[in-house]
Write a protein that binds this ligand. Structure first.
Ligand code: ZN
Length: 142
């Protein structure tokens, strides 16, 4: 299997079966974000304990790229410290915008999103979940 095919499989899998996706009650929602250019909408709940991200769940509706990117985001930050998650979010947004090359060892499945930079109209779809995460951490004051 070619690497590109593998990456495409990961995107498809996460868009069809998003991880940590479940309807949130309004009280759990920390951030509510939209990408009007595409119509993507995400709501995020984040639980932090002792400086470590314990859980990230999301709901809303979005295109395949926004859903897959948000799903991959939740998987990649749970268990990390807030500092590590912020760093990863910054690096991932930079990768999506084509500003910085990712470290494949550190990025793992997130490498599947590396091709997004070739599609300028999709960049905001893919960064939506990451911005939502950073805003949620700001809202929590961590
Ligand atoms: Zn989109």
């Amino acid at each position: 299997m070619e690497l590109d095919d593998l990456y495409q499989e990961i995107i498809l899998d996460h868009s069809r079966k998003p991880r940590n996706y479940k309807p949130l009650s309004d009280g759990d929602v920390l951030v509510d974000e939209e990408n009007p250019t595409c119509g993507d909408h995400i709501r995020l709940s984040v639980t932090v304990k002792d400086g470590v991200i314990e859980a990230v769940t999301f709901d809303g509706r979005g295109c395949a790229i926004s859903t897959a990117s948000s799903s991959l985001m939740t998987e990649s930050v749970v268990g990390k410290t807030v500092g590590e998650a912020r760093q990863l979010a910054g690096d991932c947004v930079a990768m999506l915008r084509g500003e910085k090359d990712p470290d494949p060892d550190r990025f793992g499945d997130l490498m599947a999103l590396a091709g997004v930079k070739e599609f300028p109209l999709r960049v905001k779809c893919a960064t939506l979940g990451w911005h939502a995460l950073l805003n949620a951490l700001n809202t929590l004051g961590v």
